[in-house]
Design a protein around this ligand. Structure first.
Ligand code: PEP
Ligand code: MN
Length: 312
């Protein structure tokens, strides 16, 4: 039996109902036209070749893996510069660090704001690594766009469609994290918002989802990596730091991500994880990070990928 609505079903999405002036360009699709509502720009069937996202000259997607590394939060100049120098020396390609932190507790360190963005731009000059930071509202989008090379939309904001459009409008590449309870379709449609706003530079990041499993902070959903690679032409990376919430599991799950076809990984790395103001328990120290890059290079070659070591 077909459930397709007939023309007699009242449709509230009409110009008349919304009292729009005659002749106005009303381009919202009707719910009944499910084909038009489906994501179209993100789908590989409409764009067979892989999209390669360029972040100030660093390619994400394609043959070479992209390794994003840095502290959860920008804390001090010394902390960030140490992290940046180590990230570059060990072979990371992009530097991360949060200046606007969405913390579960309202009393936890919430980031340095604009001062943190200025430190990121300083760290880029010193390390040569392009920088990525999370944006949380319109003000942070505008500030971050002036200082950094890529804007991150975090798991808590994947469904914030207003923010997605504001970030897209900057023209900066976007690192879009999967909502912690988002389906693959919702994740792809969030990306579709950015592409529909005219910005095709989107990297998808699987960062772990909520499950009943209680030995990790989240469950890194590696199933979605090959599934996304089939469905979309956008690059896909994983974040085994938030995906596990456990330092001891980060290296194995980063290796597994690359084996599953991820185009890169995002890793929290802190010069002194024990003293980190956020997420220290899941942050690698510099030596562990070097070990990770070496071991990723071996997995990469087993699956026909490469890790460029320009930093060395
Ligand atoms: C982060 O990358 O620091 C972060 C807050 O990630 P998520 O939004 O995935 O929790
Ligand atoms: Mn974090």
């Amino acid at each position: 039996m077909s459930h397709k609505p007939t023309s007699r079903v009242p449709d509230p999405l009409t110009e008349e109902h919304l009292s729009l002036p005659a002749g106005s360009h009303f381009e919202v699709e009707r719910e009944s036209d499910s084909d038009k509502l489906a994501p179209v720009r993100v789908l590989r069937r409409n764009h067979p070749s892989d999209t390669i996202v360029a972040v100030r000259g660093v390619a994400v997607g394609g043959q070479e893996l992209a390794i994003v590394a840095g502290p959860c939060a920008v804390e001090t100049p010394q902390q960030l510069i140490a992290a940046a120098e180590h990230a570059a020396a060990s072979g990371a390609h992009l530097l991360r660090g949060g200046a606007f932190k969405l913390r579960t507790s309202p009393y936890a360190f919430a980031g340095l704001g604009e001062a943190g963005l200025k430190l990121l731009s300083e760290a880029r000059k010193i390390s040569g690594l392009p920088v990525v930071t999370e944006v949380v509202d319109e003000e942070s989008v505008l500030l971050a766009a002036a200082h950094v090379d890529m804007l991150q939309i975090g798991t808590r904001n994947m469904h914030n469609y207003v923010l997605l459009k504001q970030a897209a409008a900057t023209g900066k590449p976007i690192l879009l994290k999967r909502g912690m309870a988002a389906t693959m379709s919702e994740f792809l449609q969030a990306a579709e918002y950015i592409l529909a706003a005219g910005n095709s530079q989107v990297v998808l990041c699987e960062r772990g989802i909520r499950t009943f499993s209680d030995f990790t902070r989240n469950t890194l959903d590696l199933n979605i990596v090959p599934a996304l690679k089939q469905m979309t032409h956008l690059p896909v990376i994983t974040d085994p730091s938030h995906g596990t919430g456990r330092r001891d599991l980060v290296i194995p799950m980063a290796r597994a991500s690359v084996a599953a076809g991820a185009d890169g990984v995002l890793i929290e790395m802190h010069p002194d994880p024990e003293r980190a103001l956020s997420d220290g328990y899941q942050s690698l120290d510099p030596d562990e990070f070097s070990e990770l890059v070496d071991s990723l290079a071996r997995v990469a070659s087993a699956v026909g990928r490469t890790v460029s070591r320009r930093g060395q």
